[in-house]
Design a protein. Sequence first.
Length: 357
Amino acid sequence: MSNETHLIEGRTFIERLDAAKVDTRILFKDRLLTLSDTTGKEVGELSVMIDSATYCGKECYLVQASSNGIIDGIPVGTNITAYVTPRLVTLEHSQNEYVNIPGKELNKKTVMTLETDEDHYRISTTNSEGDEEDMSTVTIATSDMENFISEGANLVLQRLGIVYGMESKMCFTSLSSDNQPVAVTYSPLETRSVSVQNMTLETVGIERVIEDSPIASPTTWNTFFLADGHMYTRKQLNSPVYMKLRQLPDNFIKEEDVEWEFPDFGKGTLHWEDDLEMLSQFLDRKDELKDDHINYMKRHPELKAILGDFLQFLLMRKPADVIEFAADFFSSYSATAELKPSFAHSDYVNKSAIRSE
């Protein structure tokens, strides 16, 4: 399909949205861990909160997003605050990016505002490097930014794409890193089954591709969501990190909605001797234990002599209390036992037994 067709798909999707009210189904907070792609260790966090708000008397989405972490030992992050209409028009957008290199902190702050006549955006950018600061302002006509989707509106669009359903590729307009209008596409990905907290869930994927410039490679994100729009994973291609959901939201599954039914297998007799696999395992284990015991006795020849002496004395004296006789017998081998005549108690027991006869 042509790019024009994808633009029409994008316009059609936006026209499906209520022009006056926000969709309350997507008003919630996501919190994901940022993990190293090579080690799997936690290196940061991604937080996305979408709420309802009022901007200049209009109901809109309030988007607050924060991505912070440490890459190669250097703290980096991006913070976004945006006001977006129910049909994804960005009214105001603030984005702050930082890289805290020791002795050389880099910051970039961009503020975008839709002017009151709504025919252009004013974009102010402040770049700072240590104590040095550079400011610039540009204006872009809204006619050059058909179906414009800012970074904040992108987070709203993807949640809406999940709850409404995204059936085909859609094309919109975004901004490049130097504030030039560029194409951005959204395409549905195949669903994936994931295991979360001992449950198997289906996730729905969306691929986002920004054509940053004609000569540079496009920037691609693959993001998977749970059925209710909560973000599960997010990965930028060729990035050393990825994001993954910390845990299921408290309101995702209610305990009272889950009915556990345990199957009744009944009771039966286990005839393991008739099972060739179980019988083979039993015989193998039996031979293993037998060999282990024989080897132990070979390493301790004194064991046979001690047990032989004990059985000989036991059968000769035939004590009434075998346990006390054994305790007396083996105490003679202890270096800490109290010295006393050997087998005194067993002699007494033996004589008592003889007299009673």
